[in-house]
Design a protein around this ligand. Structure first.
Ligand code: MN
Length: 296
C-alpha cells in the first residue's frame, strides 16, 4: 500500500471513530450540527475519491483536526453539566483499537527517525492493544462463568497491556513536529509554583527519566488531592496499574489491615469488608472522575 493510501485509510478510520463519538454524544453537539455535518463531509470525500495526493490529504487532516478541537471546546464547555449522568464515550470490552498518529511517521525527524516511529506505533503499540483486548475479554468470560482461573496472570496482563496502550496513546499526542520551547499560561504558572521554575522542572524530569531502568517512563502527573503537579517514574509500567485511570474503590489487603483480627484468613476480611463500604462517597468520586474528557 502506498504512503498516501495508507494515510488516507488511517484518516478515514480516525474520522469514523470521531463520527461515532459525535453520535454517542448527541446531547453535546445538539446545537452545533455543523461539526457533525462537516465530519460526514470529510468522510465522504475520502471515500469517494480513488486517488488523493499528499497535499490534499494534509489539508483534509487539518480540517479534521480543527473540527476535533471545535468539538472538544463544545464538549468541555458543556461538560460540567452533561458529563454527570448522560452518556460519555464508552469503548466496549475488548474493542480497543490503535489510535491514528496526529502526524506522519517521518514528522519528528531528525529527533526521532521514521523507522522508529513506524515500528513503535504499528508493532509495539498494536501489540498492547491486542493484549488488552484479549485480557479484557478473558476476564469477562470468567465473570460470566463465575469461575476465576489464573486471576493473577490475567490481572497482570490487563495492567501491562492497558498501561502500554494508554501511555502510548498519550505519548503520541504530547509530541509535535512544531513542538519544543516552553509551556505557556496556566501550565507554566503551575510548573513555576510546584518546581521552582521551568529550568529546575526540566532538570528534575530529565534526571528522573535517565534513572529509569528497563521498560519504563517518566511522567508528569496532576494530583487532584493536593492540587499540585508531580514527577513520577514507572520502572515497569505493568506494576500493576493502568496509568491514565482514576482509583475509585481501594481495598487494603496488606496484613496490617486485618491480621490482628482475622490472622491468616484474608478471605473472611475481604468478605466482611463489603458490609462497610461508603457507596455514596464512591459514587461522588466516580461522578467527579467522569468529568475528565479525553478521546481514546
Ligand atoms: Mn514504547
Amino acid at each position: 500500500m502506498s504512503m498516501e493510501r495508507q494515510y488516507s485509510h488511517d484518516l478515514m478510520k480516525w474520522l469514523e471513530k470521531f463520527s461515532n463519538e459525535l453520535k454517542v454524544n448527541e446531547n453535546v453537539t445538539r446545537n452545533s450540527s455543523d461539526v457533525v455535518g462537516k465530519v460526514e463531509g470529510l468522510l465522504h470525500q475520502l471515500k469517494e475519491r480513488s486517488y488523493i495526493d499528499a497535499a490534499y490529504l494534509r489539508q483534509l487532516e487539518k480540517e479534521a483536526e480543527q473540527l476535533y478541537y471545535d468539538y472538544l471546546k463544545i464538549k468541555t464547555s458543556s461538560g460540567q453539566r452533561s458529563a454527570l449522568n448522560e452518556s460519555t464515550s464508552r469503548i466496549p470490552i475488548g474493542s480497543h483499537s490503535l489510535p491514528k498518529l496526529p502526524y506522519q511517521y517521518d514528522s519528528l525527524e531528525p529527533y526521532i527517525h521514521r523507522r522508529i516511529m513506524e515500528l513503535h506505533h504499528k508493532k509495539h503499540h498494536q501489540s498492547y492493544v491486542d493484549g488488552l483486548n484479549k485480557a479484557e475479554k478473558n476476564l469477562q468470560e470468567q465473570r460470566k462463568k463465575n469461575k476465576f482461573e489464573n486471576i493473577k496472570h490475567w490481572e497482570r496482563e490487563l495492567a501491562f497491556h492497558g498501561a502500554g496502550h494508554y501511555l502510548h496513546s498519550l505519548f503520541w499526542q504530547v509530541l509535535s513536529p512544531k513542538g519544543g520551547g516552553k509551556p505557556k499560561g496556566e501550565l507554566a504558572n503551575q510548573i513555576d509554583l510546584d518546581f521552582e521554575g521551568f529550568h529546575s522542572f526540566k532538570n528534575h524530569f530529565s534526571e528522573a527519566a535517565n534513572g529509569v531502568e528497563g521498560s519504563g517512563w517518566a511522567i508528569l502527573v496532576w494530583s487532584p488531592r493536593v492540587g499540585r503537579l508531580e514527577i513520577l517514574t514507572a520502572e515497569k509500567h505493568q506494576n500493576l496499574t493502568q496509568w491514565d485511570v482514576i482509583p475509585l474503590l481501594p481495598l487494603d489487603v496488606w496484613e496490617h489491615a486485618y491480621y490482628l483480627q482475622y490472622e491468616n484468613e484474608r478471605h473472611r476480611y475481604v468478605n466482611n469488608w463489603w458490609n462497610i463500604i461508603n457507596w455514596p462517597y464512591v459514587e461522588e468520586r466516580y461522578k467527579t472522575a467522569k468529568r475528565n474528557i479525553w478521546l481514546p
